[in-house]
Design a protein around this ligand. Structure first.
Ligand SMILES: Nc1ncnc2c1ncn2[C@@H]1O[C@H](COP(=O)(O)OP(=O)(O)OP(=O)(O)O)[C@@H](O)[C@H]1O
Ligand SMILES: [Mg+2]
Length: 358
């Protein structure tokens, strides 16, 4: 656990600007930038409308809404939506996370303290322990759990009634949730990456809240380098603001945004140093591949996991790299992005050959 934390911290340090995960002290800043109501949420129009309906119907019936599962990559607004659900229902939000619930007893303690209509937010719900998960099934369906007292043959189960509550689960890995748990959610909202014009609105909104003066082309520049992720857009905005304040007159213009982001090595399409190193090595040193991920990792001087879990998802999603059974292959887009001419045999787009997908 300790080592893992250390590694994670180190990785964050290396990639903090374009990492989709929140850094330690970032959560406080984020709290200030979070939309508070569904109307304030930018983008995600489908999820917003569906969720709006679920909440409105529950309000009309005077009942707690159905359990809600929010899934999608980090930084797209799962926690934000969970808080909005509680806010819209005017009920308190209780917050916990999968890794914090190691024993069923931990969950029983939380559930027994709930009041009628409360919202229980379980972040990273896919990381809950098995026994806790089984207790949660029962609580979600019957608003009742069996608390087991004692061990072995002498153990007894004491039934415990729980007031009707709404569970909001968030996960970046919906595929890891066991079927019975997934089936007990009445509504699942899948969050998608944001379009540049949506990120543009988010950057404008955040700059207003932070008191940063911003031109529209300055905002657009930050939006287009934000990898479809509001968290990254907000983070880049804060770094560009620093630059504007120290090296310019405080206003985020197109020129200021470009110079700042070039300084921080986030390129026009949002690729950072590692992303570029990966496609650079792939094209220049291995002729575009295929090459095994371990070799690729050694060539860029990183751990295999870092290349696989940190750089590749973004590169694959944006069609720069394909994972094939024979190894990693650069697409024409990768060659062109580096200012190189793709060899004639290069596929125009990434063709994902299922084998390496989770
Ligand atoms: N639709 C949105 N409109 C405006 N801002 C947003 C939106 N979605 C997210 N944000 C901003 O992005 C930040 C990150 O969002 P949030 O913490 O909800 O992501 P998450 O999906 O819970 O990420 P993680 O998987 O890491 O927990 C928030 O501080 C919020 O300001
Ligand atoms: Mg979250």
């Amino acid at each position: 656990m300790y080592d893992e934390d250390l590694d994670a911290a180190e990785e964050q340090h290396l990639r903090s600007l374009t990492a989709a995960e929140a850094e330690g002290d970032e959560r406080a800043v984020e709290a200030a930038l979070r939309p508070r109501t569904l109307d304030e949420v930018v983008g995600q129009s489908r999820v917003r409308e569906q969720l709006g309906l679920v909440l409105e119907a529950a309000r009309q019936r005077g009942r707690a809404p159905d359990h809600v599962l929010l899934s999608g990559p980090p930084g797209l607004g799962k926690t934000t939506l969970a808080m909005i659900i509680a806010h819209e229902m005017a009920t308190p939000l209780r917050l916990t996370s999968g890794p914090a619930i190691t024993h069923a007893g931990d969950l029983a303690a939380i559930l027994s303290g709930m009041n009628d209509g409360d919202v229980l937010f379980v972040d990273e719900i896919h990381r809950m322990s098995r026994p806790a998960e089984e207790m949660l099934y029962m609580a979600m369906e019957d608003f009742r759990v069996d608390v087991v007292i004692g061990k072995g043959p002498g153990a007894t189960a004491i039934p415990l009634e729980i007031p009707p509550f709404t569970l909001v689960g968030a996960t970046t890995r919906a595929g890891l949730l066991p079927g019975p748990l997934r089936d007990r959610f009445g509504f699942t909202g899948h969050l998608e990456f944001y379009e540049p014009h949506e990120l543009d609105l988010i950057v404008h909104r955040s700059s207003g809240l932070l008191g940063v003066e911003l031109t529209s082309d300055g905002a657009a520049e930050i939006a287009s380098r934000s990898r479809g992720t509001p968290r990254i857009a907000n983070r880049l905005l804060r770094r560009v603001r620093d630059y504007a304040q120290v090296r310019a007159d405080g206003v985020v213009t197109l020129g200021v945004a470009r110079s700042a982001l070039d300084l921080y090595e986030v390129d026009e399409l949002g690729l950072d140093r590692l992303d570029r190193a990966v496609i650079d090595v792939l094209c220049r040193r291995f002729g575009g591949g295929p090459v095994g991920v371990s070799t690729l990792a050694v060539a860029v001087g990183e751990e295999r996991e870092t290349v696989e879990e940190v750089a590749e998802p973004f590169l694959v999603r944006n069609g720069f790299l394909a994972r094939t059974p024979r190894g990693r292959v650069a697409t024409a887009a990768a060659w062109l992005h580096l200012g190189l001419t793709p060899p004639a045999s290069t596929a125009p787009q990434a063709v994902e050959e299922a084998l390496f997908e989770e």
